[in-house]
Design a protein around this ligand. Structure first.
Ligand SMILES: Nc1ncnc2c1ncn2[C@@H]1O[C@H](COP(=O)(O)OP(=O)(O)OP(=O)(O)O)[C@@H](O)[C@H]1O
Ligand SMILES: [Mg+2]
Length: 357
């Protein structure tokens, strides 16, 4: 799904950019006869104040970081695919009278107002039909997607300034759906949840037989861990961040580090459970077979196990390169496994092309 309406389709390669609040992730993939091939992989950190809660605050820094990342990896293509997340994105399942896709495209513009907390004039609207009138009740379920125009504008400006043409602006959850589709063959009737734990946002999507039918985002992620460590150990944000990722040994008393991490992990696991319970409560006969964890903060020690305990659902770390031939130099299996959690969204984006809907 995307929110840029472009006239014709010619499938040339594009660079995928997951512009997150803590770093930009870059992926380029080519489609070969055998399947997908990874040709570029990169990541560049952003300072904490550049993007806050899914909105670009310091566009100059983001543009410059993007330019450096592009040149570091010798990106030649001009088309870019990226995504948005957070409070500027509204995704809702709504019911419509059964009708053709073209007809829906028109009437959804009028009907959307009642489902979103912003005036329709302030958002771009898109949709995905979840199955046309399956039960013969004259109704069909539709995933309605609304994204704030000013936020789309901020991201496209930054991308343009970096010398690229944004041909697709997607949302994180649908990018993750695409990533799952190429890596984990769908078992009919199987329901999986993908939980992407970033720096500022955790997004949850429930995918049934390959289609996203429920999404939620929780304003919690790696930053909460860092802040809790900062508070409990009385250190700076930067020191707390290094302690969290195990990059530095503090001189101060470290005994409260595991407790600080555990406090936030427990809260996060509880919030994920609450969201899934909400989905399960609102959908008759629903269940979740498995949770796939992704995002940089899924690397928090013990989070996988804790989430499994709290939800009672098996939790597995997602591997976004599972079904992809790796043609980037300098990465062995262990290194790929180490960076994999960061690249779930970007891999999904990298399957998109100019002219894709
Ligand atoms: N080894 C590690 N252990 C725990 N956390 C880690 C580790 N490495 C990175 N992180 C955390 O992962 C987070 C970054 O993950 P990710 O790149 O998925 O987020 P983002 O896309 O930038 O953020 P968001 O999507 O919330 O805007 C940061 O909070 C970082 O501290
Ligand atoms: Mg992210």
């Amino acid at each position: 799904m995307d929110l840029s309406f472009l006239p014709f389709s010619k499938k040339r390669d594009a660079v995928a950019l997951d512009i997150g609040s803590s770093s930009i992730k870059l992926v380029q993939m080519s489609q070969t006869k055998q399947g997908w091939e990874l040709t570029k992989l990169g990541k560049a950190d952003l300072p904490p104040e550049a993007i806050v809660d899914g909105s670009i605050i310091d566009s100059m820094t983001v543009t410059n970081t993007l330019k450096e990342l592009m040149s570091e990896h010798g990106i030649k293509v001009k088309d870019s695919v990226s995504s948005l997340t957070g409070h500027s994105v509204i995704i809702k399942k709504v019911s419509f009278p059964a009708m053709a896709e073209e007809e829906l495209a028109e009437s959804i513009q009028w009907e959307a107002e009642q489902y979103i907390p912003f005036p329709v004039s302030e958002v771009n609207i898109d949709f995905q039909i979840l199955g046309a009138d399956i039960e013969g009740r004259g109704q069909m379920d539709v995933m309605l997607v609304a994204v704030k125009k000013d936020v789309i504008n901020d991201y496209t400006t930054v991308i343009n300034e970096a010398g690229l043409t944004p041909v697709v602006i997607d949302v994180d959850s649908f990018a993750l759906e695409n990533m799952m589709e190429i890596n984990y063959p769908v078992t009919p009737g199987e329901t999986v949840a993908v939980v992407n734990v970033g720096a500022s946002i955790t997004s949850i999507s429930v995918i049934v037989s390959g289609l996203t039918i429920f999404t939620r985002s929780i304003p919690m992620g790696g930053n909460q861990f860092t802040e809790e460590i900062q508070r409990q150990l009385n250190v700076s944000f930067k020191d707390a961040e290094n302690l969290k990722i195990g990059r530095s040994e503090a001189d101060s008393d470290m005994t409260s580090l595991p407790a600080a991490i555990d406090t936030v992990s427990t809260n996060l696991a509880f919030e994920v459970k609450r969201s899934l319970d909400f989905f399960l409560g609102g959908t008759q006969g629903a269940y979740v077979n498995k949770i796939y964890l992704s995002g940089g903060s899924s690397k928090i020690e013990g989070l996988q196990l804790l989430m499994q305990e709290k939800t009672g659902i098996p939790v597995e770390m997602v591997y976004p390169f599972k079904n992809i031939e790796i043609s980037v130099k300098g990465y062995d299996d262990e290194m790929l496994k180490d960076v994999a959690p960061f690249f779930g969204v970007a891999v999904g984006l990298a399957t998109r092309r100019f002219g894709d809907r």
